[in-house]
Design a protein around this ligand. Structure first.
Ligand code: IPM
Ligand code: MG
Length: 355
């Protein structure tokens, strides 16, 4: 018995998550292993129902599960709430509470979507990049933080901070992954300006030298990296970077694949793991059956690969998606004129049947 906590969240989060659960149910039949799904509240829906974005019951149930599948949180309804009450706090609280320090975000271009990217086909063909984003440190969590009154004016403060052990463990994640791929890591920082980045670069270089001499390591400033990602994305294989840079670069990387609706993610710690699409709750299209469930479905595939060690089945899900796209089926975010546009649920069913 494998316990999966399901947190659909808000907006399209609920729509895409039910399609990922459909695929997990099929996976459970294929593996002949029982999955127990427990639905939990977090984000806006939890603010409305429980009076806070991350209810204690949700965190404790997530801690007690073998894996968490999350949709997305947030929406205009909750945007004006004070900081601690914002839906996004649910995400930050889960990441911290489950100690999910490593966020793995693969950006893979399916051949069928070559023309869905806004970049030229020859630039993006065959793109297969993984962004390893540090997820529980940096400016997202650094203190002091807040808005203070000072000399008759207000001042906003955030603190970017990293300790050596925080850098070391995420560097190991990236180097270990690189061993299974092209043996190449690009570490992205801003070491010409930021002290955290200077330490980052020093620590990452040291680990490569001592523990991974067979891995090729290069360093890149984040401004240059964001340019190279659209100029020559094939330069990259594994990108290792801190929390905020990873947030920004992974959205940019998603555009190489045609749509942010294609990008899955895994957030891993020593004891827990959470899987979620990279996209947000997309309030503008929520409730209309327009959302692309593929990012969520591929997140379910990552759950099978990382938490259940079912790499082969994960690969089959990937191929099922590839098959459906190859047959010309699309959701509206990745469709070009004249293509078969499916609803969220129809896409989920197609992938299920192809599996
Ligand atoms: C992401 C999102 C989140 C982040 C937001 C919703 C807090 O953009 O997972 O990339 O910034 O980490
Ligand atoms: Mg983001």
């Amino acid at each position: 018995m494998f316990k999966i906590a399901v947190i659909p969240g808000d907006g399209i989060g609920t729509e895409v998550t039910s399609q990922a659960v459909r695929i997990l149910k099929k996976a459970s039949r294929i593996l002949n292993e029982q999955f127990e799904f427990t639905e939990l509240r977090a984000g806006g829906i939890a603010i409305d129902t429980d009076g806070r974005p991350l209810p204690e019951a949700t965190l404790s149930a997530a801690l007690a599960s073998d894996a968490v599948l999350l949709g997305a949180v947030g929406g205009p309804k909750w945007d004006t709430l004070p900081y601690e009450m914002k839906p996004e706090q649910a995400l930050l609280g889960l990441r911290k509470g489950l100690e999910l320090y490593a966020n793995i975000r693969p950006a893979i271009l399916f051949d069928a979507l070559l023309n869905a990217s806004s970049l030229k086909p020859e630039v993006v063909k065959g793109i297969d990049i993984v962004v390893i984003r540090e997820l529980t440190g940096g400016i997202y969590y650094g203190r002091p933080a807040g808005i203070i009154e000072e000399n008759g004016t207000r001042r906003g403060i955030n603190t970017m901070t990293y300790t050596v052990p925080e850098i070391e463990r995420i560097a190991h994640t990236a180097f270990k992954l690189a061993k299974t791929r092209k043996k190449k890591v690009t570490s992205v920082d801003k070491a010409n300006i930021l002290h955290t980045s200077m330490l980052w670069r020093e620590v990452v270089s040291g680990i490569q030298k001592n523990d991974y001499p067979d891995i090729q390591l290069d360093h890149m400033y984040v401004d240059n990296a964001s340019m190279q990602l659209v100029r020559n994305p094939k330069h990259f294989d594994v990108i290792l970077t801190e929390n905020m840079f990873g947030d920004i670069l992974s959205d940019e990387a998603s555009m190489l694949t045609g749509s942010i609706g294609m990008l899955p993610s895994a957030s891993i710690g020593e004891k827990h793991a959470l899987y979620e699409p990279v996209h947000g709750s997309a309030p503008d299209i929520a409730g209309k059956g327009l959302a692309n469930p593929i990012a969520s479905i591929l997140s379910a595939a990552m759950l099978l690969e990382y938490s259940l060690k079912q790499k082969e089945l994960a690969r089959k899900i990937f191929h099922a998606v590839e098959t459906v796209l190859g047959e010309g089926y699309r959701t509206s975010d990745i469709a070009t004129a004249g293509q078969n546009v499916l609803s969220t649920e129809e896409m989920g069913r197609r992938v299920e049947n192809a599996l």
